[in-house]
Design a protein around this ligand. Sequence first.
Ligand code: PLP
Length: 453
Amino acid sequence: MKVYNNILETIGNTPLVKINKMTKDIEATVLAKVETTNPGNSVKDRMAVKMVEEAEKQGLIKPGGTIIEGTSGNTGMGLALVATIKGYKLICVLSDKQSKEKMDILRAVGAEVVVCPTNVEPEDPRSYYSVSKRLAEETPNSWYVNQYDNLANREAHYETTGPEIWEQTDGKITHFVVGVGTGGTISGVGKYLKEKNPDIKILGIDTYGSVFKKYHETGIFDENEIYPYITEGIGEDILPKNVDFDVIDHFEKVTDKDAAIYTRKIALDEGIFVGNSAGSAMKGILQMKDMFKKDDVVVVLFHDHGSRYVGKMFNNDWMRDRGFLEEAHKSASDLLENHKDQPLVTVGVEELVSHAVAKMRQFKISQIPVTKDGEFVGLIDETALINHIVDNEKVKDEPIGSIMGPKLPIVKPSASIKELSKLINKDVPAVLVDLGDNKYHIVTRHDVISAMA
Ligand SMILES: Cc1ncc(COP(=O)(O)O)c(C=O)c1O
């Protein structure tokens, strides 16, 4: 029988998978170390086991004790598995920025979850660093893991993740790319790989709002670099002991929006359903593409599973609320889809205003382009029309030309929603789309708003 004695023995030996579509503009081979096949669905299982085993060796935790950790979720999941198998209790302290799914999953695997505010200083007694420490002091027979400064974290990657990548690539790896949070993954893997081949470049992915890149490049811990961000799992407002800046060659920052968009792209283009830091890492690779040559072998590590982000990066409403959805790819011709079967209604400049009113009623429309000799010369708009009629009832019997407003801008069918929304404003209620062969159609303010909703 081929069996594992318990679930912890299934950790590691994760697959290395070639990235194809997303890297079509990169000549180098890009391979993803997909850590979702670990039992806790993230790379963090590896270091969770190692940290607990080290604590046991050092007598820091005794049977029946309580493990306490300030974790963004994945480490908590790994610790929960270890705690269950080894008979410990677990309290996880999370910041309120973390996804609800992560919190629910932790509770499902038996952890007690304590939630703290994100936007407070690390020294603030409400911060999740401070709360974790306080709980550890107050709970008898407890051990505070501290994944940031506990060096067993990076050792786990030195002992397992690094050697796996080296063996899976037959030593051909030239670059290792990974998101940096506690620094355990990059530092452990980076140290191992550089010992094997000092030419291998170790590239860290950072977020805007984090201190890593500037500190690495200047040695300055700049508090101005710190501000709230959305990307999960990477970037810090502290310098964890696990970050070994000496093994890191370069930090690349990726925006929250790009990280979110590329998280979705990995699932859609490659069929690999992974988390937000993977999206950040993939975008980082594309930003750094000039660093890679044809024969290079770039390995990127995907930390965790996409299921933890279904209420966030994989949710259209969540993405739209933050302006992360790429609506701009919709064009004027997409917006015409809904009414392309109806003809464009126009009125001649010599027709009476009452004709325009009748047409607006008949076709239930709010504006009509005005033509003269087949050319667009103006516009009759509902609001302006009402104002004229209120001022002077008799205007209905005058020619349209006497009261019309300026003609509408004309765009190509390929004009993006962004371009349309720049043209449409309180004085310009619509644009005309030039369909060729002297055919035109209209896109109104209402069409643009509906497409964005
Ligand atoms: C989703 C995710 N990505 C990236 C990281 C960063 O990894 P490390 O802490 O090893 O630097 C973490 C760590 O918390 C994570 O949970």
